[in-house]
Design a protein around this ligand. Structure first.
Ligand SMILES: Cc1cc2nc3c(=O)[nH]c(=O)nc-3n(C[C@H](O)[C@H](O)[C@H](O)COP(=O)(O)OP(=O)(O)OC[C@H]3O[C@@H](n4cnc5c(N)ncnc54)[C@H](O)[C@@H]3O)c2cc1C
Length: 372
């Protein structure tokens, strides 16, 4: 084991613990299944549909019986915490734009690797940045989300080009990438992780509250724009029951411009308006304010650049160094042709529904997170 990683020393002296996490987030329906709460605790688990049952958690409010002092509550991205405070810690600066978050510069990016482009969702920027992170000294492995024939997802930490490239492409199913963070970091302290806004925010909270005592732990976080993501069973319901397709026949999925597009092995393309499965959108996604994964080092998204390119928002110096290295070493090409207004517009669509659901929650006395 790497020196310094034998014990993850708890820094948190006061925490609300699992009972409160259950009350505020899980039972009130806003757990997104990001897995951060379970990343370092054997007593918290994650089911396929994202709920988080505790087995024998003995930490009660105010009592510090938990081995790791209630990390589960303190790293959850859905409880109240100061976004500004976390930004100060991560970037040393605060966002000027609520939706885009703190950033240095935005670009359109396309991979120069044919194999990456073949598997990629958009321009393959996310995969090429992961490959550059691993090969150019930023990280020792990358955590990617792969899938099987039935689109069931799993996350692996790998340094193998084939595995990282094989993980390219968007899966609209919740993936357990953060769940395995503790296990992965014990073996590989320098990790590049790609994930949606909740996964990135949860990881950042873990990093700043917990991993600062582990000098060798070093994270490079690549975020993804995310309007919504589904527990696997709901994705299956959309594809099989509402579109009448077999999961095994699907080759690609994409949600864009208000429609779900599904490509199948017979070469056909199928579509369904997002509003036709709005009832299956998890409440955690409906109330999410972090469309652009604002706590990442670099965020990648589809909207805002031409087809075949990825919109890339660089937030930290680490992110800028990685982008520059990827460009200089020939992994990617970069253009300035990026439309951040389009990104803001798409992210803004969430606003109305979110406000309605939050006000309903308030009336019902349910927990409403406060990020001020
Ligand atoms: C659930 C979800 C919803 C999204 N919604 C939007 C949206 O509304 N608007 C928009 O513009 N863009 C959205 N995106 C981002 C977009 O689909 C692409 O992922 C992004 O543009 C990067 O493209 P790329 O070709 O550079 O990535 P690629 O090179 O194809 O790499 C994609 C990376 O994402 C990882 N990944 C795939 N699925 C998941 C998952 N479920 N959880 C965690 N990691 C995963 C893969 O492991 C891979 O490393 C969404 C992504 C996801 C995962």
């Amino acid at each position: 084991m790497e020196e310094g990683l034998e014990n993850f020393v708890p820094l948190i002296k006061r925490s609300r613990g699992y009972e409160e996490l259950e009350k505020d987030v899980i039972d009130s329906g806003i757990c997104s299944g990001c897995g951060a709460c379970a990343a370092f605790c054997d007593r918290v688990g994650l089911t396929e549909d994202g709920s988080v049952p505790a087995s024998e958690c003995n930490m009660t409010l105010g009592a510090v019986k938990c081995n790791i002092d209630g990390i589960c509550y303190d790293c959850c991205p859905h409880v109240s915490y100061s976004w500004g405070g976390l930004e100060d810690e991560v970037f040393g600066a605060r966002r000027e734009d609520e939706l885009l978050g703190q950033y240095l510069k935005a670009f359109a990016v396309r991979s120069k690797d044919k194999e990456v482009l073949k598997n990629a969702q958009d321009g393959g920027a996310a995969t090429s940045l992961l490959l550059a992170a691993v090969n150019e000294g930023f990280s020792d492995a990358a955590v990617v989300t792969g899938r099987d024939d039935s689109w069931s997802v799993d996350s692996t930490a790998s340094k193998d080009k084939k595995e990282i490239t094989g993980g390219a492409g968007t899966k609209y199913a919740r993936a357990p990438g953060i769940l395995k963070l503790g296990e992965n970091l014990r073996k590989i302290p320098r990790l590049a992780i790609v994930g949606t806004g909740c996964q990135i925010a949860g990881t950042r909270r873990l990093e700043k509250k917990f991993l600062s005592s582990v000098p060798k732990a070093e994270l490079t976080l690549i975020g993804l724009f995310c309007y919504e993501n589904f527990p696997y069973t709901r994705l299956k319901e959309i594809i099989e029951d509402r579109l009448g397709l077999k999961m095994e026949d699907v080759t690609k999925t994409d949600i864009t411009k208000g429609k779900l597009h599904v490509w199948t092995k017979d070469g056909k393309k199928h579509e369904k308006a997002v509003k036709e499965f709005a009832d299956l959108a998890p409440e955690s996604c409906v109330i999410c304010r972090d469309f652009t994964a604002t706590f990442s080092d670099i965020t990648c998204g589809s909207i805002g650049s031409d087809e075949g390119w990825t919109t890339v928002i660089v937030r930290s110096q680490r992110g800028m160094d990685l982008l520059n290295a990827a460009k200089e070493k020939g992994y990617i090409e970069i253009s300035d042709k990026v439309d951040l207004e389009a990104v803001k517009k798409t992210g803004g669509f969430k606003g109305k529904k979110r406000a309605k659901v939050l006000s309903e929650r308030e009336k019902e006395g349910k927990f409403v997170p406060d990020y001020s």
